[in-house]
Design a protein around this ligand. Structure first.
Ligand code: SF4
Length: 328
């Protein structure tokens, strides 16, 4: 059984103009020790999906449908207090976007991690301090630095501290929202190595949310490409990156340099994502798609299994497969 199974998840925001369908029918699974990367442009619904999984919604957000099964138990019908007691931190933790700025500037970093432990468990203060030192060491920060304040930490160290906090109660699943954004490439590589080593050592599962397809392809077992509130392609990372079948994925790969290939011109995807208030029944990518035909403007393509474990939502994935010579 998968550790996490998400079925038909929908989350909408109420606005004065109507409901914004930020997450609009998402299905996926994450196994134990598996890393799922979710990639897409800003505003495609990635962070909304992360918040929905833990029911951390703003007052105008509502879960319209679907299930979030963690170890077979559905989190959606749970009350907020039940989720706080039984799930958040202990089973699933979140490293939110901009996490390194989430540390409170007036408290010592170690005290903030220790507090996360004492608030959620019955351990004594001295045990929480010992666990904090262990966690800082685990994420590659000298435990004596726990006495320091956030402004005395570099960006990479703050991110490591936030990862330590997320791991404080040994959750089975960590959702990391843009964990390397705003860090330079050397520090990014260190954070990626850290997450991989945590996965390898503790069999922790990760959902890694990013706009950076190259980063996700490098560290995820499975990749989902999200566009306008939906997954448009989903499967093993090697298949998604090596044999993409959705025009949006193909466009994204064209927009990223592959350092293993000869120098080539990068092509960006023209246009911008659609508004998600009452979207019409069509392929949401059609205004930007070079392959768009009449059917794309009137019928929404289903997510189909194009190859074993490789799903794509495009009316023309077979033709694209033939034309591009991708897939086997
Ligand atoms: Fe492009 Fe049509 Fe496929 Fe949508 S369904 S991605 S518009 S070809």
């Amino acid at each position: 059984m998968a550790l996490l199974k998400v079925e038909g998840l929908k989350m909408y925001y109420g606005t004065s103009e109507g409901e914004v369908r930020a997450v609009d029918g998402i299905d996926f699974e994450v196994g134990e020790g598996e890393i799922l990367g979710i990639v897409g442009e800003s505003g495609c619904g990635k962070s909304s999906l992360a918040s929905t999984l833990l029911k951390l919604l703003p007052s105008n957000g509502r879960i319209a449908d679907g299930k979030v099964l963690l170890d077979g138990e559905d989190l959606i019908p749970m009350s907020d207090s039940e989720i706080r007691r039984k799930v958040r931190w202990t089973k699933v933790s979140l490293v939110p976007q901009g996490a390194m700025n989430a540390l409170n500037p007036v408290f010592r970093v170690g005290d903030q991690i220790a507090e996360a432990i004492t608030v959620h468990t019955d351990v004594s203060n001295s045990d929480a301090k010992a666990r904090t030192a262990e966690l800082l060491k685990l994420v590659g920060v000298d435990p004596t630095r726990g006495r320091h304040f956030p402004h005395e930490f570099s960006g990479g160290m703050k991110q490591r501290a936030m990862i330590a906090m997320a791991l404080a109660l040994s959750p089975k699943l960590v959702i990391a929202d843009e964990p390397t954004t705003a860090l330079d490439v050397i520090v990014q590589a260190g954070i990626i190595r850290l997450l991989m080593s945590i996965r390898n050592e503790f069999k922790t599962s990760f959902i890694l949310i990013s706009h950076d397809l190259a980063l996700v392809a490098q560290m995820s077992d499975k990749t989902a490409i999200m566009y306008a509130g939906k997954f448009v392609e989903y499967g093993d990372s090697t298949a998604i990156y090596g044999t993409p079948l959705h025009p949006y994925t193909i466009g994204m790969i064209g927009a990223f340099a592959d350092i293993r290939k000869p120098k080539e011109k990068l092509v960006s995807i023209p246009g911008s994502p659609p508004k998600l208030i009452d979207p019409p029944p069509s392929c949401r990518f059609n205004p930007r798609c070079p392959y768009a035909a009449d059917i794309c403007r009137t019928k929404e393509p289903p997510l189909e299994e194009a190859m074993p474990g490789h799903y794509v939502a495009c009316h023309f994935w077979k033709e694209i497969k033939e034309r591009t010579g991708t897939g086997t």
